[in-house]
Ligand binder design. Structure first.
Ligand code: NHR
Ligand code: GAR
Length: 193
């Protein structure tokens, strides 16, 4: 069985969409894959409750309890590897990962980023797209490499920026597309790994 581990920092709506897709599309039978654990760097992440309610193991590795990024990543790696992941999925995970961490999961670490990469890597993507006068925005599923938001693109969803759009309104419409795209991209990837 290919174990999927998901890292979150907050609401975890993408994580929930993946868990729902895995159940609905019977990934265990069809793809030999299952979501085995959801880990958060924030103890208060709402997604932890969602995962527990779905019967999925959860754990917290609090970045504030570690003196350096390297120490945090080493602890996170240990917690992740306890679940023997074939695929590690970042879903609203908000800590930049060290090159050592990324190398350890090379080829089996993916992220969803709320912009049309290579435009707007980093944070505050929706406000930046609005400020630049972009007519289109979206989200990108990509392989994670040491360079932030620069790995190979696996899938993209595009939608129009509307006149008078706020960052919040745009983010909500993009998020709806993320929920459709991310499970699909993961299912495709699972066929190849
Ligand atoms: N790590 C690497 N090495 N490469 C990527 O592509 C990564 C990554 C870690 C996370 C997700 C991400 C995104 O989709 C991601 C991609 C956090 C930050 C950030 O600046 C940037 C990008 C992403 C996630 N985080 C601050 C930090 O100091 C903290 C912000 C906070 O806690 O709210 O780590 O764009
Ligand atoms: C999503 O829009 C995701 O693309 C974005 O945060 C949201 C998380 O929502 N990720 C980043 O901004 C990474 N820097 P969720 O917790 O409900 O899935």
């Amino acid at each position: 069985m290919k174990n999927i581990v998901i890292l979150i920092s907050g609401t975890g709506s993408n994580m929930a969409a993946i868990v729902r897709a895995a159940e609905r599309e019977r990934w265990a039978e069809r793809l030999g894959a299952r979501v085995v654990a959801v880990l958060s760097n924030r103890p208060g992440a709402a997604g932890l409750d969602t995962a527990r309610a779905a019967g999925i193991a959860t754990a917290v590795v609090d970045h504030r309890a570690h003196a350096s990024r390297e120490a945090f990543d080493a602890a996170l790696m240990q917690a992740v590897d306890a679940h023997q992941p074939a695929l590690l999925v970042l879903a609203g995970f908000m800590r930049i990962l060290t090159p050592a961490f990324v190398a350890h999961y090379a080829g089996r670490l993916v992220n969803i980023h709320p912009s049309l990469l290579p435009a707007f890597p980093g944070l505050h993507t929706h406000q930046r797209a609005i400020d630049m006068g972009c007519r289109f925005a979206g989200a990108t599923v990509h392989q994670v490499t040491a360079e932030l938001d620069h790995g190979a693109i696996l899938a993209q969803a595009v939608l129009p920026v509307l006149p008078g759009d706020s960052a919040e309104a745009l983010a909500a419409r993009v998020l709806t597309q993320e929920h459709l795209m991310y499970p699909r991209a993961i299912a495709e990837l699972l066929l190849k790994i």
